[in-house]
Design a protein around this ligand. Structure first.
Ligand code: CA
Length: 224
């Protein structure tokens, strides 16, 4: 597989170097810019698979860069926000960013989010029906079939949707609320215990083919 390239637009050298180090360790090719104009130019020239974008840059701010990038491409963008300012996040997401992470962040969390975004864009590019594999498990959205080492596992429609969403977002901690909204629908006003019940059913049916960890006081995370 060719190296996946990530463009990092960040003016703080310490953050830029440790993010670069982690991403390179995970096999990504990183190109970086320390200012907005240079970042935009690199985005056009290098066509990276993901862009990590700091909001506070010396020349053009991150919001403006995001707006300009969105006029030209659908490249996944993760904003690096300096503080826990929810207005920044909302504005960034409205301008077309796909995700955000608040500084200071755990680089492993950033890597997990980059991978998740790449998977989502691969799913979009290859069509929503392309089969997804995690370890010995394969989920085929077209056939609505789950197999473990080729043996079919019988899941209900809801269990299937739940597993599908968790596989696309594997490596990320997903809250019960998030799962309810995305799997049951935004109009669902049920109890979040509904999620726990379904997770337990899925765990039983999948055995140890995949791991669904309980993340205390948050929700669940699927790992290989
Ligand atoms: Ca900055």
């Amino acid at each position: 597989m060719p190296e996946q390239s990530v463009l990092l637009i960040e003016d703080e050298e310490s953050i830029a170097s440790f993010v670069t180090m982690y991403l390179e360790k995970e096999g990504f090719a990183v190109v970086s810019a320390v200012a907005g104009a240079a970042g935009l130019a690199l985005a056009r020239e290098k066509q990276p698979r993901v862009i990590l974008l700091d909001l506070m840059l010396p020349d053009i701010d991150g919001f403006e860069i995001c707006r300009q990038l969105r006029q030209e491409s659908e490249v996944p963008i993760i904003m690096l926000t300096a503080r826990d300012a929810s207005t920044d996040k909302v504005l960034g997401l409205e301008l077309g960013a796909d995700d955000y992470i608040t500084k200071p962040f755990d680089p492993r969390e950033l890597v997990a989010r980059v991978k998740s975004l790449l998977r989502r864009s691969e799913v979009m590019a290859s069509g929503a029906d392309a089969p997804l594999s995690v370890g010995p498990l394969t989920l085929d959205p077209g056939r609505r079939e789950v197999t473990i080492n080729g043996e079919e596992a019988k899941l209900t429609a809801r269990e299937f949707e739940l597993l599908h969403f968790m596989i696309v977002n594997r490596g990320l901690a997903l809250s019960r609320q998030q799962l309810l909204e995305r799997v049951w629908g935004y109009e669902f006003f049920g109890d979040t215990r509904t999620v726990d019940v379904h997770i337990n059913q899925v765990r039983k049916k999948l055995g140890d083919s995949v791991r669904i960890e309980t993340i205390r006081s948050i929700g669940y995370k699927l790992t290989d």
